[in-house]
Design a protein around this ligand. Sequence first.
Ligand code: ZN
Length: 182
Amino acid sequence: MAVLELVHYGNPILRKKCKPVNDFSNLSKFVDDMYDTMYEEEGLGLAANQVGNDINLFVIDISHIDDNEFQRLFINGEIISGSGESYFSEGCLSIPEITLEVKRPETIVFKYQDIKGDWIEEEFDGLLARAIQHEIDHLNGVLIIDRVPELKKVTIGQELRKIKENSEIKMRQKSENQGLVI
Ligand code: ZN
C-alpha cells in the first residue's frame, strides 16, 4: 500500500491533456496506489494527473451509495454523448475546501478501456455520471473553476490565489530537494 502525494491547483500538470495509456502490462501497482490515495484523502474519484502522473486513467468508488460501484477503473475514456442537465455541488481534492455548483449533462454514454485493455461502452447517470465527467475533465486539463460563471470565480479568487501560492512553494521545495543529491 502506498499513498501518493496529491498535487494542487497551481501545478501545471493539472492543466495538461494527459497521454493515452498504451502499455497495459504494468498498471496494477499504480492503480492500487490510486485507490489507497483516494481513500486516504476521502475522495469519490481520482485522476492520474492529480498524483502527478499525466496518463489517461482515473478511479472512482461510490460503493457507499451503490454496492455495485466498488472500485471502478476507467482508462483512455471518452464521452460519446450526453443528455439532460443537472446541477450538483462538487468539491475537488486538487482545490481543497472549495465547492462549486457545476452544471453537467445528467446522463452520458462513455467509452473506455479496462485494466486488460478491452474497450467497453456504457451508459451512466446520477452520481457516477457526475464523477466520471469530473475526472475526465481533469485528464483534459479542465477544473471545476472552469465550469462556473466568471463572477463566481471572482468571489473565490483569494482562496484560489492562496492554494496556487502554496502549490508553487511546494514545487519549488521539491526541485531544490532534488538538487541536494549527495
Ligand atoms: Zn477534482
